[in-house]
Design a protein around this ligand. Structure first.
Ligand SMILES: *Cc1c(COP(=O)(O)O)cnc(C)c1O
Length: 354
């Protein structure tokens, strides 16, 4: 069904996300430099960690990135609008013949994660691929015991890779994984080796090998403290005030009436809710939105599309005003119990990215 011809184009959204492309570019360049002799790629799965392929991928491409990692086959079409499919690797690999044929027809590079995937890839006549080996995370990847399998030995492997389970902390598992990975390098032919994600890059040169695969830090996350000096915030969400009202002492706000006004006060209803990634766990404690440097405390439960803030300190705030949503990923993660990854990827799709 089509909408009426008289219908105008969408009015300006009441949620916007300012994407600092200079910071994005700078973050990737910093990670590239921190990777020293290794070449940095970019993990751009989940719509660039929620920040949008259309602005992020071209920015990274223009900064010099030539290797893009996605998880799903469904993500390929979008990313390949901006970069050659031969520069895109699909981490989940081909689960069945349909996916393998799709990969072949697209020119993307599959990451082979098992003997089964290697056989499927070979059966469709696939050539160049990457190979993910498991070194202790026990998530996705070839078991080291299977590396001698003929189907694996016959693969044309560009990047031999593994993934670190604990790169965001000082954990002995990091060096154990690095040693297991190094031990595997002699067991199969490959062109380049890759182990480090964002956190792994900061573990030092021993972890860099030939290619690094940062994701989170490109988009402003700092999984390790050492990254803080190198990484800038990329995303700045803002939401519009859609109503203001006065509360009398004893009035309650929101679902389950969980907030009760102790005095008369002025409040504003803001167009952001948990469907926009502002989960209820982000409203607990002393959380606020910001207006002109003023903290506006969140009161009551977060709704799906709205939340309410106390504007008693700025009673002139009115309908149509934009409020800043704090999005320093390190601080917000600490305060909410969510991970920096979850904060980014749960943003939802109602923001206008500007
Ligand atoms: C997501 C992912 C990355 C990027 O990790 P970050 O922690 O976001 O830097 C790298 N490699 C693999 C295999 C991944 O799945």
């Amino acid at each position: 069904m089509t909408l009426t011809k008289r219908m105008r184009k969408n009015p300006t959204a009441t949620l916007r996300l300012t994407l600092d492309v200079e910071a994005l570019r700078g973050n990737w360049l910093a990670l590239s430099k921190l990777s020293e002799a290794a070449v940095a790629g970019a993990a751009v799965k989940a719509n660039c960690y929620g920040l949008g392929v259309e602005r992020c991928v071209p920015t990274l491409r223009d900064a010099g990135c030539e290797m893009f990692f996605i998880a799903h086959w469904s993500e390929l079409e979008h990313v390949a609008k901006y970069v050659s499919p031969s520069h895109v690797s699909v981490l989940h690999g081909p689960l069945n013949e349909e996916e393998a044929q799709f990969c072949l027809s697209s020119g993307a590079v599959p990451v082979i994660n098992s003997v089964r995937q290697a056989i499927i890839w070979k059966e469709v006549g696939g050539g160049l691929c990457h190979l993910m080996v498991d070194t202790g995370m026990n998530r996705l990847g070839l078991s080291p015991n299977d590396i001698s399998n003929t189907a694996i030995q016959e693969l044309d492997v560009d990047i031999l890779m593994s993934h670190l389970a604990c790169s965001d902390e000082d954990n002995s598992m990091n060096s154990r994984q690095r040693m297991s990975f190094s031990d595997l390098l002699g067991s199969v032919k490959y062109r380049r080796a890759s182990l480090a994600n964002s956190g792994g890059i900061m573990l030092g040169q021993d972890y860099h090998f030939d290619v690094t695969r940062p994701g989170l830090a490109i988009f402003g996350g700092t999984p390790r403290r050492e990254l803080a000096n190198h990484i800038r915030q990329v995303a700045r969400p803002e939401a519009v005030v859609i109503q203001t009202r006065f509360l009398m002492q004893g009035d309650t706000v929101g679902y389950n009436a969980s907030f009760k006004a102790e005095t008369d006060m002025k409040v504003a209803t803001v167009s952001i809710g948990y469907a926009d990634g502002f989960l209820r766990s982000r409203g607990f404690g002393q959380k606020s939105l910001m207006f002109g440097g003023q903290h506006l405390p969140i009161i009551g439960k977060i709704s799906m599309d709205m939340l309410v803030v106390d504007i008693s300190s700025v009673p002139y705030v009115t309908e149509g005003d934009w409020l800043e949503v704090p999005f320093n990923l390190f601080e917000e993660a600490n305060a909410s119990g969510l991970s920096q990854y979850e904060l980014l990827t749960s943003l939802g799709n109602r923001f206008t990215i500007i």
